[in-house]
Design a protein around this ligand. Structure first.
Ligand code: BT5
Length: 262
């Protein structure tokens, strides 16, 4: 694994983000338990919107529902962004971040990416990244949101037995390592434009929807709340909910769950 391709320059990163929203402040940690946990702690202490927590390694990286995100040293992009969205922007942040990640990967590496509902970033039909959105809400209003992004860059996922065979990385898809710094810069820039567009009320669903690989397929959705559901993944709504057409003809809107093809 080319060491230089894995090297991050935090000084250059900070310089590149000067005057911008996303990355106006960068908190870099060689090792963190979970950047989302660090970011939530900072957000509770009123850290500014746009603060980015970046780690080279996570010892307790998290997926959804208490699952683990494998985060080996110096091989992935592992970051969390503190945002202060309105109640109507909040449900769209997973879409926003997935879209920004897909765009950044395509611009920087030339690889084509797809998205899998609700939070997976896919390459070559396999998962290379994921989004973990967490928020604190007082009454109706979010006090803050933390958008966590994990992306396998120069990581041979085949060496990690706990990761399913349905995973990949940028280096595996490209056939060679790729400079993490370049991808990171592209990602922060895409997050900036996607978040500013969302704040300005711009559309987000159309491009996200066009990248989804799930639509039109017969699927099973395992849910945290409620029994699993089966049907055709017919569409997604403005909030990013999956609209599932059940065998009895009814249409169900799902906000969370794990999709597998039938
Ligand atoms: C996700 O969860 O995909 C969200 C992952 C978010 C990770 C970032 S890293 C920075 C920030 N700080 C954190 O602590 N988390 C965020 P989910 O859809 O639940 O997928 C988790 C599942 O993906 C696991 O149960 C494994 O099957 C699989 N998995 C774990 N590590 C993986 C990896 N590195 N690459 C691909 N798949 C992985």
């Amino acid at each position: 694994m080319g060491k230089s391709l894995n090297q991050l320059s935090i000084a250059a990163l900070k310089a590149a983000r000067a005057g911008k929203l996303i990355g106006r402040r960068v908190v870099y940690l060689a090792q963190a338990a979970s950047t989302n946990e660090v970011a939530k702690g900072l957000a509770r202490r009123r850290a500014a919107e746009g603060t980015v927590v970046l780690a080279d390694e996570q010892t307790a990286g998290k997926g959804r529902l208490g699952r683990a995100w494998t985060s080996p040293p110096g091989a992935s992009i592992l970051l969390s962004v503190i945002l202060r969205p309105t109640a109507s922007q909040l449900p769209k942040l997973t879409m926003m971040a997935a879209l920004a990640t897909a765009r950044a990967v395509e611009t920087a590496t030339g690889l084509s990416t797809r998205l899998k509902w609700p939070n997976d970033v896919m390459m070559g039909g396999k998962k290379a990244g994921g989004i973990l959105l967490e928020a604190e809400i007082t009454g109706e209003r979010p006090t803050f949101a933390v958008v966590g992004i994990g992306l396998n860059v120069n990581f041979d996922v085949r060496t990690a037995p706990e990761i399913p065979e349905t995973a990949t990385s940028i280096s595996l898809e490209l056939g060679h390592d790729f400079p993490r710094q370049e991808l990171l810069l592209a990602l922060l820039e895409e997050l900036e434009s996607a978040y500013l567009a969302l704040k300005a009320g711009g559309p987000i669903r159309e491009e996200w929807r066009a990248r989804l690989e799930t639509l039109g397929r017969r699927v099973r959705v395992a849910r945290m709340m409620g029994p699993p559901e089966e049907g055709v993944a017919e569409d997604v709504d403005e909030q990013g909910q999956l609209l599932l057409r059940r065998a009895d003809g009814s249409l169900l809107a799902l906000s969370e769950g794990d999709v597998s093809l039938r």
